[in-house]
Ligand binder design. Structure first.
Ligand code: ZN
Length: 443
């Protein structure tokens, strides 16, 4: 919980995400890390003020699947489908990462998320150096659920990424004890077996036991690519989501990224078990993985959030990019208006927060956590002012982000990061990325 002075976000149009279509001119008073009141003429003596004139005030955006540790490989892994992308670029990159480079990658990724209005994210690390990711989240102020990645089998994976099963799980347990609930609950731990093809049955079962023993989220990838799904079927005799369910990775405490290539039974499984799905249309298009059937999932009652996935497969961590895609690409299969923009906004706010198990995050209501974003309406594509969801989902972009607040504390003010020097952070990232590319022989 924040102990900073009260905060008044004044003069804006509040979109509280309590009901589709709801928006009104109001101030937001923040006290002790929570929304104290939403209304006009609020008593705000002694409060710091954030100007929301000519702006929309929304809950901070939530992304349900990212990899900030991959940030230094951005623009360096082009033109490959998933398994080649992993084997030729991403795994060698992750294996080469030293701790100070993991810190630089995490700082770049988290800075980008915050500057783009994403206040909470579910993140997957790599097999080592996870503390540096949490330290970066602590410093920059994001609400981050993250965990080291587990891999103990798999063709083509570098030796450094393949861990002893018990040692890998023990490392996760120690990390969870260090970080779950840190920073007043802003940081949380998630157990993250990479995907079925990287994990022995023993590792999958151990990951489930560890997560359930401590109440941690389970986070993995599923059914992203047809080659991956075929290989999973060859090994397990089942579809990817079904295989994960058989291992116990199913239910409201599990988040599966992608879920593109599903059979009827798997759609039903996701809904029945209330398993979370992270829809990542930007990465799915980039890697030519396919298009997840979001309208079918929503109609079937599946819980879905949005995620940008990794910087090298997108190549941005902008929730606006994912929202615009989620609101448009499904028109191809289902017709115009397949997913309405209010539903997209819900996935990017409270529905995403529910997936992450975050309580009272994702709406602007008294008593809810004070995670919010102020979006200026003067960027070209936001004009002229009309339905807020259409403006944000189809016309919004990171250039609209004016202020960002997490846990009642401003982390972006007038477009600039509050707690770090953005220019220095970028210089650090460039130098680290160049050093890694040189070591890996990337031109
Ligand atoms: Zn991913």
């Amino acid at each position: 919980m924040s102990t900073t002075r009260p905060l008044l976000v004044h003069g804006g149009t509040v979109v509280p995400m309590t009901a589709a279509g709801e928006a009104r001119v109001a101030d937001v008073l923040v006290r002790d890390g929570r929304i104290a009141a939403v209304g006009c003429g609020l008593p705000a003596d002694g409060a710091a003020r954030l100007d929301a004139t000519d702006a929309l005030v929304l809950p901070g955006f939530v992304q349900a699947h990212v990899h900030v540790v991959q940030s230094l490989a951005r623009h360096r892994a082009e033109g490959r489908p998933l398994l080649a992308w992993l084997g030729e670029r991403i795994w060698p990159y992750e294996a080469a990462l030293q701790e100070h480079e993991i810190a630089a990658a995490a700082r770049l990724g988290i800075a980008e998320l915050l500057a783009g209005g994403t206040t909470a994210a579910l993140d997957m690390g790599t097999t080592h150096g996870q503390d540096a990711i949490f330290l970066a989240a602590e410093e920059l102020g994001i609400r981050l659920t993250s965990g080291k990645c587990h891999m103990d089998v798999g063709d083509g994976a570098p030796r450094r990424l393949l861990e002893d099963t018990d040692a890998s799980l023990a490392a996760a347990e120690a990390l969870g004890e260090r970080w779950h609930g840190a920073c007043g609950g802003r940081l949380r731990y998630a157990v993250a077996p990479r995907f079925v093809l990287s994990c022995s049955d023993e590792l999958l079962h151990g990951a489930v036991a560890l997560a359930r023993r401590h109440g941690y989220l389970l986070h993995t990838h599923a059914s992203e690519n047809p080659d991956e799904t075929r290989a999973v079927r060859a090994r397990t005799g089942a579809g990817n989501v079904a295989a994960l369910a058989h291992a116990g990775i199913t239910g409201p405490d599990a988040v599966l990224a992608h879920c593109i290539h599903l059979d009827d039974e798997e759609f039903a499984l996701l809904a029945r078990d209330r398993t979370g799905v992270a829809h990542c249309p930007g990465a799915n298009l980039k890697l030519a993985s396919g298009i997840a059937d979001l309208p079918r999932m929503l109609a079937g009652g599946v819980r879905v959030g949005l995620g940008a996935d990794g910087p090298p497969c997108n190549n941005r961590l902008s929730v606006f990019h994912e929202m615009a895609l989620a609101g448009t690409i499904h028109n191809l299969a289902h017709g115009a208006g397949a997913v309405d923009p209010w539903t997209v906004l819900e996935m990017a706010t409270w529905r995403g927060a529910e997936l992450l198990g975050l309580e009272r995050v994702g709406r602007l209501e008294p008593g809810w956590k004070a995670d919010l974003v102020v979006l200026g309406c003067s960027s070209w594509a936001m004009e002229p002012v009309a339905d807020p969801a259409a403006m944000v989902v189809f016309g919004g972009g990171i250039e609209a982000v004016r202020h960002v607040v997490v846990d009642g504390r401003p982390v972006v003010a007038d477009g600039a990061l509050v707690s770090v020097d953005g220019a220095a952070l970028r210089r650090e990232a460039r130098a680290a990325a160049a050093a890694i590319a040189a070591r890996l022989g990337w031109s």
